[in-house]
Ligand binder design. Structure first.
Ligand code: URA
Length: 233
């Protein structure tokens, strides 16, 4: 997709052109992956690897390690390219995700898809998952025992995808993964590391939908992620 079309999408989402006078205009930012690039880079997924993934997904589907299994409709494992360079990690499924079994569907999911488009990628070209695989009732914050019950699943997903960059989506995902209580305002804008993988913290799209002035900062976070990725490649 060319930048003009991408901008149209962003504007359709109510996102104005996120360009500060001191920054490169959106047009100057090279999309990090074109279709051709993706095809060239596509890693052949062998049957054995797919088997491992489906075993893990089945294990998650029947998981009863914490009480969330009592209230979930279904588990929400993760979607996308199993060998993606970019991995997005959110907090936990909400109502729509619990119903559909996929992460980031609904309004916030649509905005996340547009944020992914803004970095030059399609949703299918990245891997998206959450810290928790089950919805906490009434969308309350995840509890410590729930996070630790789910931790190994996420660790395994990261190990198998081997992304070149991780983006945590929202405060809870960032604080949980980085094991800190620092506010998002302190965590964003710098590059963290998770087992030698660069990690950039971005705002949660649900928050951006409520707080339009933060969109500029959200675009800055995405620009930082693009820069880090391009340097790492
Ligand atoms: N919020 C999240 O953090 N994850 C989802 O999958 C949906 C909303």
């Amino acid at each position: 997709m060319d930048n003009a079309t991408r901008l149209q999408y962003l504007q359709a989402m109510g996102i104005d052109v996120w360009v500060s006078r001191n920054e490169a205009p959106v047009e100057d930012i090279q999309p990090v992956a074109t279709m051709d690039y993706q095809i060239e880079q596509q890693v052949e997924i062998t049957g054995a690897i797919l088997d491992d993934w489906s075993v893990l997904q089945q294990e998650v589907a029947k998981c009863q390690r914490c009480d969330l299994h009592k209230t979930r409709t279904q588990t929400v494992f993760g979607v996308g390219d199993l060998s993606a360079d970019w991995m997005f990690i959110g907090e936990a499924p909400g109502h729509n995700e619990d119903q559909e079994g996929k992460p980031f569907v609904g309004q916030a999911g649509t905005l996340l898809t547009e944020m992914i488009r803004a970095i030059g990628l399609h949703r299918d070209e990245v891997y998206i998952t959450n810290v928790l695989k089950c919805r906490p009732p009434d969308n309350r914050d995840p509890r410590i025992e729930e996070i630790s019950s789910c931790k190994n699943y996420l660790q395994q997903q990261i190990e198998w995808v081997q992304p070149k960059i991780i983006l945590t989506v929202g405060r809870i995902a960032a604080q949980t993964i980085l094991e800190t209580k620092e506010p998002l305002s302190k965590l964003r804008g710098t590059v963290h590391q998770l087992e030698n993988i660069p990690l950039v913290v971005v705002y949660h799209p649900a928050y951006l939908l409520r707080s339009l002035p933060e969109k500029r900062k959200a675009w800055q976070d995405l620009q930082l992620a693009i820069k880090v990725y391009q340097e790492k490649k």
